[in-house]
Design a protein around this ligand. Structure first.
Ligand code: PRX
Length: 658
């Protein structure tokens, strides 16, 4: 592996802040081998991809296997996009058969490591076999194209097999993060109308078995449309199995044929629904379709991770999030990559686990989140220093802005100063990365996701819709459609249009604030709506508030985010109690657990403040902005003239000082 360092163009001085804002050019050696090896090459392709996006995307799509070629690249009538119309494609065939039937047949597709240390390597030929078998299991049990299948699994290869088997038969999967609670499962079952569930007895996390099947059973007490539950035996913990409805995965697979001919589906055939938080109401079911989504994830993997047959790629996300869909399952497998999949926690048995795995599996491309990096920094340099990380050639970051301190640590301690870092900006809705360095070309600057990907027309607008001058904050929009964009919010087209396409006619609004510097680099500031980013996970303040008010003691609740060293943002909840209830440490704990029970542990508030009142306008609307200022800077600097009762603020100030 290369030992050439990527060079800071500003002279490294003892001046810490100068070091933090330095620009890092990829090494000549890295650039020489990369698909896009210079800024001039990037600019050239970017320019032509924006002038003729259909040409660029059409040629990317043609690298996939189409059972029937598409006749038109794009039909766009805002907000409805149809990509690659006339084309028939099978997503699973592209991710599996294409490789299993060629020279990659015996290449490792997934190198799995369980938290207890068990390992399994699955070649493309084996993956093909398992996906075909499970597709046959689903068919035998009556699952058809367009049926919705809920997947609630630990990070084990069967999760990928389940997703690919659904894709293969045209069923629409809805993966629910294994950390979510039964009520979250129930909400998603009801919204999607799922008729089958794929789950496991449990998974390993921090040395313990986390049961999964009981949460499914609990949800099904209130939902009756599920005909079958397929249960993977992962941990061996006891689970209750309802006769006929509940089926063991291994028993079903034992008798299933490994022969299955993949049928081509329309390019716009729905592939999956993934729920994500919005600023109001329940989570939104983001719908992605087949040909466009696969083109976007395939192409971004190819250029942004510059994936090669000899690479060992590892994305540490969970399949329950969009990163796991796009950059564990669909993108890397469409590229025929070898990847590592890990079940458990980064600190099990200690904070050296990831680095040990990189050494053992000779990982060359590593993709993780800033929140994890900050936790590693806190744990201490002695962990990565114990291991040989020289196999790494490229690092990636996703989920939130990466703070320069974390960037530098990642660059030096993990990347040995030689690996470019691709800071990738995107969203559940965008399906694939939209803004990121191209590693052989772009000079990285800590804290910026740099420039848009090919075919992506990103801009920053002010409230009036004018483009902001350099270094002025505004709203991030995408002006042209792209293939992996979400097609709708499942069952709610009106909400889809209103959320994403109503701020500026014809343009996609991301919901993020951003600015562009003079060189055209995008600096993402964060969400403009009531969405929190806790450890890279999206949570709606409205969801947490509604969980809190569902507790019998709570009259009213307001939730805001505050800065947090490790998580990026922490959840602060202001709660007023009903008459007859008293604030206590015990109640505080109970409320925390209640939120954990309703949504999942990640949504548990870090701080709970009991207050007799909340700051409201005269018309009764809670002014969250004031609460946010209080928890962020400890005081109120903005306008309070709309406030109904000014004494509430004095009370809150005292409360926060305690
Ligand atoms: O605010 C942005 C932030 O995460 C949001 C999207 O969250 P989600 O749909 O859960 O997808 C996360 C994984 C793609 C965005 O609106 N975000 C994501 N990546 C970055 C980021 N903010 C800054 N820099 C990033 N690289």
């Amino acid at each position: 592996m290369s030992s050439a360092k990527s060079k800071p163009t500003k002279k490294q001085t003892s001046d810490h802040s100068a070091a933090l804002s330095a620009t890092y050019k990829p090494s000549a050696e890295f650039s020489k081998k990369a698909r896009i090896g210079s800024m001039a090459a990037y600019e050239k392709l970017y320019k032509s991809s924006i002038e003729k996006p259909e040409k660029f995307w059409g040629s990317e799509a043609k690298e996939l296997h189409w059972q029937k070629p598409f006749s038109k690249v794009l039909e766009w009538k805002c907000p409805d996009a149809k990509w690659f119309t006339g084309g028939k494609i099978n997503v699973a065939e592209n991710c599996v058969d294409r490789h299993a039937k060629g020279p990659r047949a015996n290449k490792a597709a997934i190198i799995f490591e369980g938290e207890p240390g068990d390992t399994r390597t699955i070649t493309y030929a084996q993956l093909h076999r398992e996906v075909c078998q499970f597709a046959n299991v689903l068919l035998k049990r009556g699952v058809k194209a367009k049926d919705r299948v809920l997947i609630y699994m630990p990070m084990i290869p069967e999760a990928a097999v389940a997703m690919l088997a659904c894709a293969r038969i045209g069923a629409v999967h809805n993966v629910v993060f294994g950390g979510f609670a039964s009520e979250a499962i129930l909400d998603r079952l009801e919204d999607s109308g799922a008729t089958a569930i794929i789950t496991a007895d449990g998974g390993w996390r921090r040395g313990k078995i986390i049961p999964l099947k009981p949460a499914v059973d609990e949800a099904l007490k209130k939902y009756s449309k599920v005909k079958n539950i397929f249960v993977v035996n992962r941990t061996g913990n006891e689970v209750s199995m309802k006769a006929k409805r509940d089926l063991w995965w291994h028993e079903e697979m034992a008798s299933a044929s490994a022969k299955h001919e993949p049928k081509g589906f329309d390019s716009e055939h729905p592939l999956f629904i993934l729920y994500t938080s919005g600023s109001t109401g329940k989570p939104k079911g983001i719908l992605h379709t087949s040909g466009g989504y696969l083109t976007g994830t395939y192409s971004t993997c190819k250029y942004i991770f510059d994936m090669r047959d000899e690479d060992v790629y590892w994305c540490t996300a969970d399949v329950g999030w969009i990163t796991g869909h796009s950059y564990i399952v669909y993108g890397p497998l469409a590229n025929g990559a070898t990847q590592v999949m890990y079940e458990g926690a980064p600190n099990q048995p200690d904070f050296g686990r990831f680095w040990k795995m990189i050494e053992q599996h000779r990982v060359s491309i590593f993709y993780t989140a800033p929140t994890a990096i900050r936790a590693f920094i806190k744990a201490g340099d002695e962990f990565p220093e114990k291991y040989d990380l020289s196999s790494l050639r490229l690092l990636g970051s996703v989920g939130e802005p990466i703070n320069p301190e974390a960037w530098h640590w990642y660059h030096e301690k993990i990347g040995g100063g030689r690996c470019p870092i691709v800071d990738t900006w995107w969203q559940t809705e965008t399906g694939a990365i939209l803004i990121s360095p191209i590693p052989g070309a772009t000079s990285c600057i800590p804290g910026t996701a740099t420039r848009p990907f090919f075919g992506i027309d990103a801009a920053i607008l002010d409230d009036a819709g004018n483009e902001c001058p350099p270094n002025v904050d505004g709203r991030l929009v995408i002006r042209k459609p792209w293939p992996s964009m979400t097609r709708t919010i499942y069952g709610d087209k009106a909400r889809f249009k209103k959320t994403y396409f109503s701020d500026y006619p014809g343009l996609y609004t991301a919901g993020d604030g951003a600015r562009r510097d003079k060189k055209g680099n995008f600096w993402i500031i964060g969400r403009l709506d009531d969405v929190l980013n806790v450890s890279g996970h999206r949570l709606g303040t409205a969801e947490i508030e509604s969980a809190l008010v569902a507790h019998p003691a709570v009259a009213e609740a307001a939730v805001v985010g505050r800065p947090h060293d490790l998580k990026g943002q922490a959840v602060a909840a202001f709660v007023t109690l009903k008459i007859g209830y008293e604030a206590s440490a015990q109640l505080e704990n109970e409320l925390r657990n209640h939120v954990g029970h309703v949504i999942g542990a990640i949504a548990k508030p870090d701080d709970i403040y009991f207050t007799p009142g909340l700051p409201k306008t005269r018309s009764g609307k809670i002014i969250r902005r004031l609460l946010k200022e209080l928890v962020t800077i400890g005081t109120i600097s903005g306008n309070i003239t709309t406030l109904d009762d000014i004494t509430v603020i004095d009370h809150l100030k005292i409360l926060l000082k305690k």
